[in-house]
Ligand binder design. Structure first.
Ligand code: ADP
Length: 307
């Protein structure tokens, strides 16, 4: 086998009370890539469709993550990469992570799986370092491992997979406005009070327990963010209206996807998730902002081979 065609899932990171530690992979939205093993040394991105992004190996996250893997692999040949982007960069649903994760997953398969999935997370994080300046794992971990993931620690890297309840669906709306990741980082406070901390880790524990127990009400009660959402949501027009509309439509809860501007909601069952999509659309139709919207079940596999 010298060539693989893969699906690279979009991901929701942060997930309300899980700022910087929780993420989940999606099923119905993601990029495609083709990775080919070639004799010529190094990595070349030979095709990039769907988005205007750099094709130079060192400037594209797929190239950078791939080089990190190759440096540790002892492999003397090279790879060609084709990227078919469906996820918009800067949308808040892990555009760069999909490419970083996809590249290292496929290369590992083509080399006969020398690395564990945790090692792949480390290589993919180098792509994230290029995209945002920080080698974070909260999008690449679910993209590689599937389902929900918790990054418990970076030193040493410890990633825990959390099962997804079978009827859990995500609705994600991407209002077509630009929020710079640097701005959404800058406005965050660097300190929190003990009182706020207690509320936040109560909810994070509740959310993780709810996912394990398939307790949808507990998941909904726990989808509360006392730290980041009150500040970041100011950058997203219509955020409060969307939050109210999705609850009225029966969603379990909602929050900012990644650093925004996408907003996610979780629902029990696909028909509820579709009703939630209608409610979200109604808000942005009224305000007059264009959007893209996705309804997806949780992707329990992560990056996967496609025919
Ligand atoms: P988000 O997670 O908000 O969807 P990202 O954090 O993925 O967005 O940011 C995308 C950044 O990464 C952009 O600056 C983009 O130019 C850069 N980038 C480099 N290579 C890629 C790639 N293959 N796919 C997506 N973004 C890439």
């Amino acid at each position: 086998m010298n060539e693989l065609k893969i699906f690279c899932p979009a991901t929701i990171a942060n997930i309300s009370c899980g700022f910087d530690v929780l993420g989940v992979a999606l099923d119905s939205v993601g990029d495609e890539m083709v990775i080919r093993k070639v004799g010529e040394k190094g990595i070349r991105i030979i095709k990039l469709e769907g988005q205007d992004l750099p094709m130079e190996t060192e400037k594209n996250v797929a190239g950078v993550a791939g080089l990190a893997l190759m440096a540790d692999s002892g492999y003397n040949g090279g790879f060609e990469i084709e990227i078919y982007k469906k996820i918009k960069a800067g949308s808040g649903i892990g555009s760069s992570a999909a490419s970083s994760a996809g590249a290292v997953w496929a290369m590992n398969e083509l080399l006969g799986k020398p690395f564990s999935k945790l090692e792949l997370v480390k290589f993919a994080m180098e792509g994230e370092r290029l995209a945002s300046g920080v080698a974070h794992a909260d999008n690449v971990a679910p993209a590689l491992l599937g389902g929900f993931t918790l990054v418990r620690s970076y030193d040493p890297l410890d990633v825990i997979t959390i099962p997804a309840p079978k009827a859990l669906y995500a609705t994600v709306i991407h209002p077509q406005i630009e929020v710079k990741t640097s701005d959404s980082r800058k406005i965050l406070k660097t300190n929190i009070t003990m009182e706020t901390g207690i509320k936040q880790w109560g909810n994070l524990g509740g959310l993780v327990a709810g996912l394990f127990k398939e307790d949808y009400d507990l998941i909904g009660r726990s989808l509360v963010d006392h730290i980041v959402e009150p500040i970041r949501s100011i950058l997203i027009p219509g955020f409060d209206e969307v939050k109210q509309a999705v609850i009225d439509a029966g969603a379990l809860g909602s929050g900012i996807s990644g650093s925004g501007p996408s907003i996610f909601a979780f629902s029990k069952g696909i028909s509820n998730a579709q009703a939630v999509a209608k409610a979200m659309e109604g808000v942005y139709n009224t305000i007059g902002i264009d959007y893209e919207i996705h309804v997806s079940k949780v992707n329990v596999d992560g990056v996967k081979k496609v025919p």
